[in-house]
Design a protein around this ligand. Structure first.
Ligand SMILES: [Zn+2]
Length: 273
């Protein structure tokens, strides 16, 4: 069995409009902070104060040097948007309701949606900023001789991922059209992924077009398709070109359970038997 990691690494260098902030606490500092954390009580300030005074006199005091090898435990504090790195957008992201019903938040997305047969559609011929039409999707399926079926997880390979180390990545992908999304969702697809930074065309492209035409149907049309038909999408995937076949493999893409959130980080994996 082969596992292919389809996620992008989150680091302080990740290209995003708002960069992630990961603060690394090393083993030494971690040891001292663990000792201090043992003093805290959320309920009683007086209890915390009393512990702290004891600590100053060396009572109930643990510092890094008290640990074996002079090292405690390492950890990280992170400031990270839910739409940063490889993540799953929940129906709630698209609007508060979908087809008249309350839209699902990420913690409400059924796990059954997040495990299924994968299919990769090669759309690398589409230019950055262009629209992927329903016909493009149908042709990509014809090219691999595959009929889409209910529950499949469809992966759109745009090739934009090759710019991942560059600001170009934010602009380098074609975007899904509303018609293409609705066509797939009507076939029973609940999750569509892309290796582009976004599922729609770049922000810049859509905003410029809107300022020229004043037609708001050009603003995030693929996302807003989710107000009509319920589905989720994955953005910022990696390694779609490393999957050795177009179909005949499984995808696992469970989201982190964030209460009432519009998205959450995932570690999507292609499993090839
Ligand atoms: Zn998103």
């Amino acid at each position: 069995m082969q596992f292919i990691d389809l996620s992008s690494t989150i680091s302080n260098q990740t290209i995003e409009p708002v960069s992630p902030k990961i603060k690394y606490v090393n083993h030494k500092k971690g040891g001292t902070l663990l000792g201090l954390a043992s003093l805290l009580s959320k309920k009683s300030f007086l209890y915390t104060l009393r512990n702290f005074i004891f600590y100053c006199f060396g009572i109930n005091r643990v510092r890094a040097g008290d640990f074996p090898d002079g090292m405690g435990l390492a950890w990280e504090d992170i400031k990270l948007g839910t739409h940063t790195g490889t993540h799953l957008d929940a129906p709630w992201h698209f609007g508060p309701s979908c087809n008249g019903k309350s839209a699902k938040t990420i913690d409400e997305v059924p796990l059954e949606w997040c495990y299924g047969d994968g299919v990769v559609l090669d759309l690398r011929h589409k230019r950055p900023g262009s629209l992927i039409t329903k016909e493009d999707i149908q042709l990509a399926l014809q090219n691999i001789n595959y009929d889409i079926k209910k529950g499949d997880i469809v992966l759109i390979m745009t090739g934009a991922r090759r710019y991942a180390q560059d600001e170009k990545y934010l602009l380098a992908h074609p975007g899904m059209s509303k018609e293409a999304v609705l066509w797939l969702v009507e076939k029973g697809i609940k999750i569509i992924g892309t290796d582009g930074w976004g599922f729609d065309r770049s922000f810049r492209r859509m905003v410029r077009e809107y300022s020229k035409t004043k037609e708001n149907k050009n603003l995030w049309p693929a996302h807003l398709a989710g107000r009509e038909k319920e589905y989720c999408h994955i953005e910022t995937m990696a390694n779609l070109d490393k999957i050795p076949k177009a179909y005949g493999f499984k995808i696992i893409c469970f989201p982190i359970k964030l209460k009432a959130a519009s998205a959450a980080w995932i570690r999507p994996v292609a499993v090839i038997e």
